[in-house]
Design a protein around this ligand. Structure first.
Ligand SMILES: [Zn+2]
Length: 161
């Protein structure tokens, strides 16, 4: 089944985890609790598609009202919303806010590869950024497998250290 508009949740997942593991391995910032950080990166990346009925999280009936109000690839798929949510979380815990922003942003970057694109800079600029990787297509599957392998490799490396 081809869903043109959406990268699959699992692709977002492996991509965000990949970026997060690279961040851990670079060791340039001292993150107090890496496991909790990773968890919030994952929450950040999964939550963006709450505006889509077809997504992993959007299927949850509880979120239907959000989908009535916000169209898919609308405001939830903007840097502005990501920053707003992250700031709210930062209010409780700075690092978790950063982790959430990290996951959210990585989702938006990934969606930029799909033809449907995203209005990243709304409301400053209403244009869509999008490229030709069709969701659920062969290229996405290849990206998924490569990222999954990279994730496993990085986890293996981290366990060795
Ligand atoms: Zn999305």
């Amino acid at each position: 089944m081809l869903k043109r508009g959406n990268m699959l949740t699992r692709t977002h997942f492996v991509f965000s985890v990949f970026l997060c593991l690279v961040l851990f391995l670079l060791n340039v910032v001292a993150i107090p609790n890496e496991l909790l950080f990773l968890l919030f990166v994952i929450i950040g990346t999964v939550i963006v598609d709450i505006d889509s009925r077809k997504s992993f999280i959007g299927k949850i009936i509880l979120f239907r009202p959000i989908q009535w109000v916000f169209s898919h690839r609308g405001m939830f798929h903007t840097i502005l919303f990501g920053v707003l949510f992250s700031l709210i979380i930062s209010f409780f815990d700075k690092w978790l806010g950063i982790a959430f922003a990290f996951g959210y942003l990585s989702h938006l970057i990934m969606d930029c590869f799909t033809p449907a694109g995203v209005r990243l800079f709304w409301p400053l600029w209403d244009g869509k950024i999008g490229f030709g990787v069709r969701s659920g297509g062969l290229i996405e599957e290849i990206m998924f497998v490569l990222l999954l392998l990279a994730d496993l490799f990085l986890v293996y490396r981290m366990l060795l250290i």
